[in-house]
Design a protein around this ligand. Structure first.
Ligand code: PLP
Length: 405
């Protein structure tokens, strides 16, 4: 961990200097949303102070500046995930909207009655409900891949539920509840062999893992800026160009058209066909600073640092009598969902908050997974690039005191 500039990284995040209930803030709710570095915060102020105008429509200087800044993010995202073209990068307001966009567009053009969609038991609600809605409307069947007791996808089961009616597989890259890193490349390979479209929910992966959509062979890949140190209200749909070309628009309105008359409308080219209305310009502009920030530190360095911290947290937490951790795969990131034998998870959350420690409590938008493990919910600690061993130590000490009490 020595060459990792943790002190200067922590200085980059103003909020980490906060006091919560007279304690230094220890922010362990990073899977819900990450904190923002000063470069991202400053870029938002800079945009509204110096460059604010609507995009794509004006010929005046400010409109051109705003458009340039906005489109620059598209190009930065394209390089970040190794897409082939900016046409494959669509801005949304988050992962949830991204999956809804794909589900809604495919439902109009792609699915026929009786077709089947496969998701998994560990999906976030945003990768369950949109498919349920499409399944209901188009009379499709929704199947789920089993999750093993240690929180891994059962790939044999996956292959056993594929048949000639399977049209789409949509799975999470990294589980927000279990922390498991799923073998998505293998899943995609199986999809390709069987001529099935694939969608990867990368919400928890983009801040931690290298993303290379070409190497993965992904048809669709979705993620949110706010889970990778960027602003809220911005998300990305990556879609393979030849697939997006065939898909009808998601929403109608300004920007997504070429020509409109009362008898007929022709649609804009990619990616604008999927971007109706004024987008979240300022936050999209700020998003590229988050990507630059991650790239400046280096994904590999971040991953190595977080992996060490994850292993350290795992050994400390699993040593405590009365703590049960859900999600014990060897391939995981620093997400720990746990229960404590003598404390309800809400009480745990409140008692930790009294010490300045922010953890998540509840079902983490994965109710079917909770039911599988016979749980109402858990407490969840999730790590990010600015967390430290000292923070983990204070957390462990606090948990031990809570248990003793
Ligand atoms: C795995 C996963 N998928 C989807 C989402 C939804 O992301 P958003 O709320 O940014 O749309 C989340 C958010 O927690 C998530 O963790």
């Amino acid at each position: 961990m020595n060459s990792y500039p943790i002190d200067s990284i922590r200085d980059d995040f103003p909020i980490l200097k906060s006091k919560i209930n007279n304690h230094n803030l220890i922010y362990f709710d990073n899977a819900a949303t990450t904190q923002k570095p000063r470069v991202v915060i400053d870029s938002l102020t800079n945009f509204y102070q110096n460059n604010n105008a609507n995009i794509h429509r004006g010929i005046h200087t400010l409109a051109e500046k705003a458009t340039e800044e906005f489109e620059m993010t598209r190009s930065v995202v394209k390089n970040f995930i190794n897409a082939s073209s900016e046409k494959e990068i669509i801005f949304t307001k988050g992962t949830t909207e991204g999956i809804n966009l794909i589900a809604s567009s495919l439902s109009k053009s792609f699915f026929n009655e009786g077709d089947e969609i496969i998701i998994s038991e560990m999906e976030h609600h945003s990768n369950i409900v949109p498919w349920q809605m499409v399944a209901k409307e188009k009379k499709l069947k929704l199947k789920t891949i089993n999750v093993s007791d240690n929180g891994e996808l059962d790939l044999d089961h996956f292959e056993s539920i594929i048949n000639e009616k399977t049209k789409l597989v949509s799975v999470v890259y990294i589980s927000n509840t279990l922390g498991t890193i799923n073998p998505v490349k293998k899943i995609i390979d199986i999809c390709r062999e069987n001529n099935i479209l694939n969608l990867i929910d990368g919400a928890q992966a983009s801040a931690h893992n290298e993303i290379d959509v070409k190497d993965l062979g992904a048809d669709f890949f979705v993620f949110s800026a706010h889970k990778m140190y960027g602003p809220t209200g911005v998300g990305i749909v990556y879609g393979r160009e030849n697939i997006l070309e065939k898909m009808p628009p998601y929403m109608g309105g300004g920007e997504m058209i070429k020509d409109v008359s009362f008898t007929e409308t022709t649609y804009n080219d990619l990616p604008y066909k999927f971007e109706a209305g004024t987008p979240n310009i300022g936050d999209v502009v700020g998003f590229k600073e988050a990507i630059h920030y991650i790239e400046k530190i280096g994904k590999k360095k971040i991953r190595d640092y977080e992996e060490n911290l994850m292993k350290y947290t795992n050994s400390c937490l699993s040593d405590i009598d009365g703590i049960n951790i859900f999600g014990t795969s060897k391939k995981k990131i620093g997400i720990f969902s746990f229960t404590c034998e003598n404390s309800h998870f809400y009480d745990l959350g409140l008692l930790l908050d009294a010490k300045g420690i922010a953890v998540r409590t509840g079902h983490h938008c994965t109710q079917p997974l909770m039911s599988k493990f016979n749980l109402d919910g858990t407490a969840r600690l999730s790590l990010a690039l600015y967390n430290t061993k000292e923070e983990v130590d204070f957390f462990i000490e606090s948990i031990k005191k809570i248990i003793k009490r």
